[in-house]
Design a protein around this ligand. Structure first.
Ligand code: GH3
Ligand code: MG
Ligand code: MG
Length: 520
């Protein structure tokens, strides 16, 4: 029987499951908080990138143009410089505009117009029929008297009259120091060339970045083919109501970061697919998961080791209890052979008990049956003697049952003294009858031993006064007949001995005359 109460396995298993669970909870918490930190960091990096496109790139380009626009407008506001340049068509006017143009790679052409709509354009346009019909007053950049302010302004996207390309223009009224409107100076921006600059920018993760105007049309894009088209999430423009921000588009699973420019009223936008962000996150989380897995494996190994070690210590303790030797390291083999030997001894004791007669110390009837059956099965020759104590009933009656037992024990002891040194077994056959099996013995030898026993019993002194004990016996060789025939043959000899006066041994089929000894 094996009790669970004696097993270390369950408590160790429970303890290590506890440790394991703690590890799992810690790992889960670390992973979750780390995920949040990493996600926040990525958003911050992307937001900064968007801010850089808006402020450090786009606005920087525009500020440069704005500075030159202001300086040039101030120049043309003095004296009749604007009027001269536009109306006298002097080469100096065009020349100074071309000088300006060369300063600004992001400007494709410059227009200078007086309040009446007369204009000068650099580079100059061919005097064709179309150019004859051109009226500067219809252009979105043209400043009428009442609209004049001190600031430069941006037009929306419109088609250039001469190039037919979509164009955005930054313009400024030219106002004299006295306050009269002298005309308008306009820089037509080359958005494609500004866009080329975006190509050199490296985004922190794979995604699309560009600049849109308030209505959501793409103004700057590394891919100039999509310029002026509405961008894919135009409907979300309404939500971009703060300087900077981000939102998640659940439908397309993408993140959108935006950052507004001050002038013009445009937005830099950076769209990152949700998958890209998740893949990066997964990679970073995986490191934690692997770490946890390795820790869990180590915990498991230690758990197994503890289980093994606790068993070994228990075995040592057990062995020390058995041997009383604390120093000796138990060897499994030694313990095993000891256990086997002990077991064998115990088994032999049981067998002895089961085959011994407690009163007389002879073998019992069961042992007799087994031993004689074994000899017969093996066809080994032997002789059998049956011995019966004479007048035992009257011994019992005269001296009591207890004395009868003592007589039985002492008769047996005398017999054992004679037979045991020759390795011959004495059996208590039943009551006050004994049996002797003489294997390999010839009859005279057997008879001689029986006689020795008989005489020792007959000549023995007993404590009880007037007590004499004798026995009679029958002896015969086995003649390959059945056990019953053999026993009844020997019994007949015993009966004959009783008939002839007891205290004698009679051979089976012996004549009446062959008395072995004189009676008492
Ligand atoms: P005989 O000489 O013809 O053998 O006479 P007997 O008195 O021995 O005859 P019997 O065999 O009839 O008597 C045997 C008696 O032995 C009967 C029984 O009371 C007694 N007896 C049998 N077993 C024991 C025992 O274990 N202890 C004692 N004290 N007496 C026993
Ligand atoms: Mg009897
Ligand atoms: Mg008897």
């Amino acid at each position: 029987m094996h009790s669970r109460k004696l097993s270390f396995t369950t408590p160790i298993l429970l303890s290590f499951t506890g440790i394991f669970l703690c590890l799992a909870v810690i790992a889960a918490l670390v992973t979750l908080s780390q995920r949040k930190d990493i996600t926040d960091n990525y958003h911050k990096v992307n937001q900064t990138f968007t801010h850089n496109i808006a402020v450090n790139y786009t606005e920087a380009v525009f500020q440069e143009n704005d500075y030159i626009l202001n300086q040039a407008a101030a120049y043309f506001s003095r004296y009749n410089r604007l009027d001269n340049a536009v109306n006298l068509a002097s080469p100096e006017g065009l020349q100074s505009l071309m000088q300006l143009l060369r300063l600004m790679p992001s400007v494709s052409s410059i227009s200078l117009a007086d309040p009446q709509g007369h204009y000068l354009r650099a580079p100059a346009v061919f005097a064709s029929e179309e150019s004859q019909r051109y009226d500067a007053k219809t252009r979105p950049w043209f400043v009428h008297q009442a609209e004049a302010t001190a600031f430069s302004q941006y037009t929306g996207v419109y088609d250039d009259y001469f190039t037919h390309h979509p164009t955005v223009t930054v313009y400024k009224p030219v106002v004299s120091p006295e306050g009269t409107l002298k005309g308008t100076l306009a820089f037509h921006l080359d958005l494609a060339s500004i866009s080329h600059g975006l190509r050199t920018m490296q985004s922190p993760m794979q995604g699309e970045f560009f600049v849109v105007d308030r209505s959501g049309r793409v103004m700057l894009h590394p891919d100039t083919g999509v310029l002026f088209a509405p961008f894919s999430q135009q409907s979300r423009m309404k939500e971009m109501n703060s300087g900077e921000g981000m939102f998640h588009d659940t439908q397309r699973n993408s993140w959108l970061y935006y950052s507004s420019l001050t002038i013009p009223d445009w937005f830099a936008i950076y769209i990152v697919p949700g998958n890209t962000l998740e893949n990066l996150l997964r990679d970073e989380t995986l490191v934690v998961v692997w770490g946890f897995g390795a820790a869990a494996l180590i915990v498991l190994l230690f758990g197994l080791y503890l289980r093994y070690a606790s068993r070994t210590v228990l075995m040592n303790i057990l062995n020390a209890i058995k041997t009383g030797d604390v120093q000796q390291t138990p060897k499994l083999e030694a313990m095993l052979s000891k256990a086997i030997a002990t077991n064998k001894e115990r088994e032999q004791a049981w067998v002895r008990q089961a085959t011994m007669d407690a009163l007389t110390n002879c073998k019992n009837r069961r042992a007799f049956d087994n031993d004689i059956a074994a000899l017969m099965n093996n066809h080994q020759p032997f002789a059998l003697a049956m011995v019966d104590i004479d007048n035992f009933k009257s011994i019992n009656d005269t001296w009591g049952h207890l004395s009868g037992d003592i007589v039985l024990r002492n008769v047996a002891r005398e017999g054992l003294q004679v037979l045991q040194p020759k390795h011959i077994s004495l059996y208590r056959y039943g009551g006050e009858e004994f049996a002797v099996i003489f294997p390999q013995q010839n009859l005279p030898e057997a008879r001689q031993m029986l006689e020795q026993w008989r005489m020792q019993v007959a000549s023995r002194d007993w404590r009880e006064e007037g007590l004499f004990v004798t026995f009679s016996g029958g002896l015969g060789e086995w003649r390959m007949e059945s056990l019953e025939q053999l026993v009844s043959g020997v019994d007949a000899a015993l009966y004959q001995a009783k008939q002839q006066g007891k205290n004698q041994i009679v051979l089976r089929n012996e004549s009446l005359s062959s008395r072995s000894s004189t009676s008492l």
